[in-house]
Design a protein around this ligand. Structure first.
Ligand SMILES: [Zn+2]
Ligand SMILES: [Zn+2]
Length: 450
């Protein structure tokens, strides 16, 4: 905890005033210079406390807060283990711009646009569990200079002639690209990081541990080498855009052959550590968890939204009745066409459930990468999709079509059976949808061992 030099009260970073504020006497301090000594400037590290969740193994840091109550990653109420450590100083930080209140508003706006959301996702006590996190990023910067050459051609017709021209395109490229960011934490889901991106460089400041007062931070546990290749290829794309853009060969009729290779230039890379702000909330129900993440700079929202099944069934029924009545008025459905309708319906349901299953598999692959036992459980679980029931509905319809009975009653009975099977299939699919909008509880212990 940092103490106010005025009254001894607690000093925290204030998002509204973008500086440090004493909680007690409201005196403001400049975060860049507060508590700064010549020694602290030279130090490459700063003191912080690491908290480990005994349940899932997630680790977070804070220099002044104690972590109480809930673990943001696994959503369980736990007592954290803690130890002091020296963390390596980042070079850059984007201080929080979005306050907790504003973050709650943005989140509510987002989930209220989903009609079938579960009501408890709006509970104020639950929303209060949003915690401010700084995520570590690797920032790759390049300075480059050099000559390049590319091949291009132009095809056109002039009179009776088809003309083909080849070009050698060459030029000199020099300049720099600063701070291409990559999420440096293993725990934080790369997909979520992608959704809430980008962070801008405008609000970026030189790092001081003072900005962290009142917040948590994630630990950088990937090496800067991890993303070097990707960062370099992004640099190449950036250069290619430049070469083909208004400052380069911006001629729509000339086709450039092949890809630009950035390694032909002389370049120097430097890597910085950066800290970017997010608000983090988790929602645990039984053995599934869902996350809501709000970009602490731009307010961009990511959230998993599970469906309220009861609500879904009630309103589906309410919609189905008028549709049924209208259809009945408009069309005279003969008994013979009934199985065709149910056939189409069940085929559609099979298709939907298969698409959904695929999505669940893709998503859980990430969460389950580190947990072997859960992986097997989950594999069993996904097999029980709505597909089997919809298939049953489909078979009933086909059989009755093949049989072609004389009495209408058989058609009706088959239609009812098929409809019931379809309804069960739908129910399964909603359950699966909730699986899709939630995740397996993470287990970071195994991750460490690997
Ligand atoms: Zn004070
Ligand atoms: Zn945990």
């Amino acid at each position: 905890m940092a103490h106010c030099s005025n009254c001894g009260g607690e000093v925290r970073f204030s998002i509204d005033s973008q500086d440090l504020e004493c909680v007690n006497c409201k005196t403001h301090f400049d975060p860049a210079t507060y508590n700064r000594t010549p020694e602290s400037l030279e130090q490459e590290v700063y003191k912080t406390k690491v908290f480990t969740c005994p349940n899932c193994g997630a680790e977070i840091e804070s220099s002044d807060l104690s972590v109480t109550g809930f673990c943001a990653y696994c959503g369980s109420a736990v007592v954290f283990n803690s130890r002091i450590k020296e963390a390596e100083k980042p070079q850059k930080i984007i201080p929080f711009q979005i306050s907790k209140e504003k973050c709650k508003d943005l989140y509510l706006q987002k989930i209220r646009s989903f009609y079938y959301r579960q009501k408890d996702l709006e509970d104020p006590a639950y929303l209060d569990r949003f915690v401010g996190f700084y995520l570590p990023y690797w920032l790759y910067s390049y300075e480059f200079n050099g000559d390049f050459s590319l091949k291009g051609n132009r095809n056109y017709t002039s009179g009776n002639y088809a003309i083909h021209e080849d070009y050698n395109l060459s030029g000199n490229l020099q300049g720099d690209v600063k701070g291409i960011p990559f999420d440096a934490s293993l725990r934080f889901d790369d997909d979520i990081a992608g959704v809430i991106a980008p962070f801008s460089k405008e609000k970026m400041k030189d790092f001081s541990p003072n900005y962290l007062l009142g917040f948590y931070s994630e630990i950088a546990d990937t090496e800067s080498k991890t993303y070097e290749k990707e960062a370099f290829s992004m640099l190449g794309e950036e250069m290619e855009r430049e070469i083909l853009g208004p400052n380069g060969f911006n001629r729509p009729d000339i086709k450039v052959q092949g890809k630009f290779d950035a390694s032909c230039l002389h370049n120097e890379m430097s890597v910085d550590r950066g800290m970017f702000p997010i608000w983090f909330l988790s929602y645990k129900k039984k053995d599934r968890i869902s996350y809501a993440i709000v970009n602490g700079e731009t307010g961009k929202v990511y959230c998993d939204i599970p469906i309220d099944e009861k609500k879904f069934h009630k309103s589906s029924l309410l919609i189905a009745i008028p549709i049924f009545l209208v259809l009945n008025l408009l069309f005279q459905v003969s008994a013979e066409t009934l199985p065709i309708i149910t056939l189409v319906l069940s085929a559609f349901l099979i298709f939907l459930s298969q698409v959904q299953l695929h999505k669940i598999r893709v998503r859980d692959r990430e969460a389950l990468r580190y947990s072997r036992n859960k992986r097997q459980e989950e594999a069993k679980n996904t097999e029980q999709s709505g597909t089997f029931r919809a298939l049953l509905a489909l078979i009933i319809s086909v059989l009755i079509l093949l049989w072609h009975p004389v009495r209408d009653e058989y058609y009706y009975i088959a239609a009812v059976l098929s409809a019931v099977a379809s309804i069960f299939s739908l129910r399964r699919m909603i359950k699966k949808f909730n699986l899709l909008s939630t995740r397996s509880i993470p287990d970071f212990f195994e991750k460490k061992e690997e």
